[in-house]
Design a protein around this ligand. Structure first.
Ligand SMILES: C[S@@+](CC[C@H](N)C(=O)[O-])C[C@H]1O[C@@H](n2cnc3c(N)ncnc32)[C@H](O)[C@@H]1O
Length: 339
């Protein structure tokens, strides 16, 4: 396959969500350097490269995503650099002398990851219960077979917003006492057997369990919080941060981060001081008072866009503030030391 054919195939196989809205919010200019922290199938990166004479660093923790892109990436020459890594460290990817004009994050799992049975993300495909986006750390099978029942229940409740979390955690620990749960279908059967029959219009009973395990295995919420702080450190004054989320917990983290960073924290009048107490200067100016959502045309061609929310901010020239997870709404789960 030629690079041109590989590019056509990549464009045909993947529909990026809110793509034109992302490019409009990033507003790339000629000569800019943009970091696409969730490169995936490269849909955003290609649209950014088409919108201006800029450069893009495409970061992804999934080596398979980068391998898929290599056949066509050469068409962009040195305008597109691919880097395997996590976006919580995206401030370490550019050369310190390079001025970064934009960072975009598209949070979640890619269609390639969902479609490949061997990655273990989908209960619709039988495969090893893995769910790791990267190549290290404990898998979903490790978690499901070793975590204490109480922690499993917390994970399902907090990350999956699963109301029957305790019942399902008990069903998992009872099943694994008989034999280890190794595949997506084995886990899905355990959840189905412990759930009331699905009524028409309801999602599959394992949907929330799979989502929760995926978020835990990849520490997705912690990554997001640290990724926002890394973007704050790396963006030049005037640079844009654009984040697309698909889950209310993630949207809340982005919303709170931009709110805290765009207010003069600590402002207010103290009884004991003569004037207003100024906190540090805001490091961002919020560009989206309300989240941007997909329009009718996109929803009809891509139902996955239904839950997408875009928020954006513009970096000021104030120094970056120290990273502080408190106040961002991260559930406090003790995930360290699993498996
Ligand atoms: C929804 S897809 C991105 C799709 C992309 N915007 C496009 O247009 O093709 C999310 C991608 O982000 C990657 N990812 C998720 N969390 C990450 C993290 N913490 N660091 C780096 N990449 C991450 C996943 O491996 C996946 O490939």
């Amino acid at each position: 396959m030629t690079p041109e054919e590989a590019l056509v195939a990549a464009e045909r196989n993947h529909l990026p969500v809110l793509c034109s809205e992302v490019v409009a919010a990033l507003a790339p200019q000629d000569g800019d350097l943009i970091i696409d922290g969730t490169f995936g199938a490269g849909g955003y990166s290609r649209a950014i490269l088409a919108a201006a004479g800029c450069g893009v660093i495409g970061v992804d923790r999934d080596p398979e995503a980068l391998t898929e892109a290599r056949p066509w990436a050469s068409l962009y020459g040195d305008r597109l650099r691919l880097v395997e890594g996590v976006f919580s460290e995206l401030d370490t990817t550019p050369d310190p002398k390079e001025k970064v004009g934009g960072v975009v994050l598209d949070i979640g799992v890619s269609s390639m990851q969902l479609d490949r049975a061997g990655r273990g993300f989908s209960f619709l495909r039988d495969g090893a219960l893995d769910m790791r986006m990267g190549s290290d750390g404990p898998s979903a099978a490790d978690l499901v077979n070793t975590a204490e029942e109480a922690l499993l229940g917390d994970i399902l409740f907090q990350y999956g917003e699963e109301r029957r979390a305790r019942v399902l955690a008990r069903a998992i620990t009872s099943a694994r006492a008989k034999s280890a749960i190794r595949t997506t279908v084995e886990l899905s059967r355990v959840i189905e057997a412990a759930s009331p029959a699905k009524k028409p219009g309801q999602v599959h009973p394992a949907t929330r369990t799979f989502q929760a395990l995926r978020i835990a295995v990849n520490d997705e919420l912690g990554e997001l919080a640290r990724g926002l702080a890394a973007a704050e450190r790396v963006l030049a004054p005037g640079g844009r941060l654009v984040v697309v989320t698909f889950h209310s917990l993630e949207d809340r983290i982005v919303k709170r981060f931009l709110k805290v960073r765009s207010e003069r924290s600590g402002a207010g009048v103290s009884r004991h001081a003569p004037g207003p107490q100024a906190g540090p200067d805001p490091s961002f100016e919020t560009l989206t008072r309300k989240p941007v959502e997909a329009g009718e045309a996109e929803l009809s061609s891509n139902p996955r866009a239904r839950s997408a929310r875009l928020r954006a901010g513009r970096r000021t020239d104030a120094p970056a503030l120290p990273f502080e997870a408190r106040g961002l709404g991260l559930p406090g789960l003790a995930l360290e030391g699993l498996a």
